[in-house]
Design a protein. Sequence first.
Length: 386
Amino acid sequence: MTQEAFHARFGPGPIWLSRAPGRVNLIGEHTDYNGGYVLPMAIDREIRMEFRPNEGGRVELYSIDLDESHGFDLNNLDKKAAPEWAHYIMGVVHVLQAEGHTLTGMEATIHGTIPMGAGLSSSAALEVATAMSFNHACDLKINRVKMAELCQRAENEFVGVNCGIMDQFASLLCRKDHALLIDCTTLDFELAPLDSGKVRIMVCNTMVKHALIDSPYNQRRQTCAKAFHILCQHLTDMTPKSYRDIPIAALKSQIHNLDDPMDRRARHVVTENERVRHMVRALERNDFITAGALMDASHESLRTDYEVSCEELDIMVECAREHHGAFGARMTGGGFGGCVVALVNPEAAEGFCDHVASAYQARTGIEPTIFEFHPAEGATVEKVTS
Ligand code: GLA
């Protein structure tokens, strides 16, 4: 269907398809920009970009979902003249060119199945699909880890959102039937098994996104950086590269040097890193009771110490946990709205959805969306043969 849309718009001929999935983070929240551990999985919802390189210096885009087009010259990236969705694509073009790569023009159509505004990384997926397309079209030979860094830079420098690297990295490097442990200091990564015969991943959208004045995300980043600096001055017998080098006992011994809320923010980050490590081990032995308990503890830490939850997320977590099939549940993503992720016993998955939907609606008056996602493969690019 999307190929036909491409041909109807840009004429017949061979085309290529890049697809990049969204992600849900199982545990390790607000740790990526603190150089810590995260454990996302790619979801079976994606951005699809059909493309065809051309000899000219122009990029012509068409969003199938919005029925909107935008074109720009490679040597004139005018952000103000572009609709917001095109910023992510232009951002990647900007960063690739800043890295010294020579790009060719292209025509591209874009279509997405990732729920928008739910914190499931549709924007990171759009950046990744763009990077995959140019990497292929211009034979840039950029490896996936580097590509994740470039996509993050596109978002930080061009789009103007100060995110960490988790979303782009997950979209590029996740594998089917697995979660991905990422060390955000070294960018080393390893897979953790997630067998859908044994456990299901349910994602419950609160349908709210609280708009907040003076971005708490950036505030949290700054507070954590400051707390880390102070901790380093007192942890004289070690030289931590980031929070993930600080054991809980070491933090405890020096936490009195941090004023509130710095002490609580640092405590969240240090304990969350520890929870991620435990979670990987729990998944390796299919111990979902422990994995669920770690997710519950993560939510509690995000709610009280990091203060990035909200009433609707807390209610959704309660609705999820009270169902007998749930091993555990927590908010996922940046917070202040968006989704809750739950680990659920496969036999109880259907009943879980019904219960959570009605219980949440009864308590909030809001009709939620509940998704079951399967751990999916990271981004791919292929020639479309039709
Ligand atoms: C957003 C950012 C990520 C990460 C999470 C919090 O999703 O894009 O980089 O910081 O928040 O874990």
